[in-house]
Design a protein around this ligand. Structure first.
Ligand code: ZN
Length: 205
């Protein structure tokens, strides 16, 4: 497609499939009324492109790359908790960040995963376009499937810039989502132990 054809396609509301990300962002900035020749915007399309590629880099990662080889046999069968995992994601409805903390717990069934793998799994699913509810479920179901524990609990507390910046919700509101699988779903005592351990010192996000 020639440059003039690309411009026509952009003005129709469709961008050429062959256009690079910086080119598309230039179109976006122009459509917002920005002057692309302005000094402050030099390099901005390239920076946004790199940022967006990083923030969506979770699409290029596989669960197996993170979890394979990190499972260890144990006889331990008490609750394992990794709390206050920093979380940054992009809401798929507005492409604005939501951020907060993720708390993960599981009760092993003869094997555990290396503790450092859990934050990496959270990063993998966070670096995609998400809604908080699905992110929570994906983390829980992936751990359930790969560690095969007695149960998994995941809680995410997050604040959403699409609500805060647009004045939709009060500035200090936060969304809390949870996913409980296996014994965390079936046994109230287990679920409550997890929730009291992660929420006890929580100062919110
Ligand atoms: Zn949103």
């Amino acid at each position: 497609m020639s440059e003039s054809e690309t411009k026509r396609a952009a003005s129709r509301g469709s961008v050429s499939a062959g256009a690079s990300l910086p080119e598309i962002i230039r179109e976006l900035l122009a459509a917002l009324g920005e002057d692309l020749a302005r000094e402050g915007l030099q390099g901005t399309p390239e920076r946004i492109a790199q940022t967006l590629e990083f923030l969506t880099s979770g699409y290029q990662m596989q669960v197996g790359d993170i979890l394979n080889g990190a499972l260890y046999p144990v006889t331990y069968d008490e609750m394992v908790i990794v709390k206050d995992i920093e979380l940054f994601s992009l809401c798929e409805h507005h492409l604005l960040p939501f951020f907060g903390k993720c708390h993960v717990a599981y009760i092993p069934d003869q094997r555990v995963i290396g503790l450092s793998k859990i934050p990496r799994l959270v990063d993998m699913f966070s670096r995609r376009l998400q809604i908080q509810e699905r992110l929570t479920t994906q983390i829980a179901e992936t751990l359930m499937e790969h560690i095969r524990p007695q149960g998994v609990g995941v809680v995410i507390e997050a604040r959403h810039l699409c609500m805060m910046m647009r004045g939709v919700e009060k500035q200090h509101s936060q969304a809390v989502t949870s996913a409980m699988l296996g014994v965390f779903r079936d046994q109230q005592q287990t679920r409550e132990e997890f929730l009291s351990l992660v929420m006890r010192d929580s100062k919110g996000v």
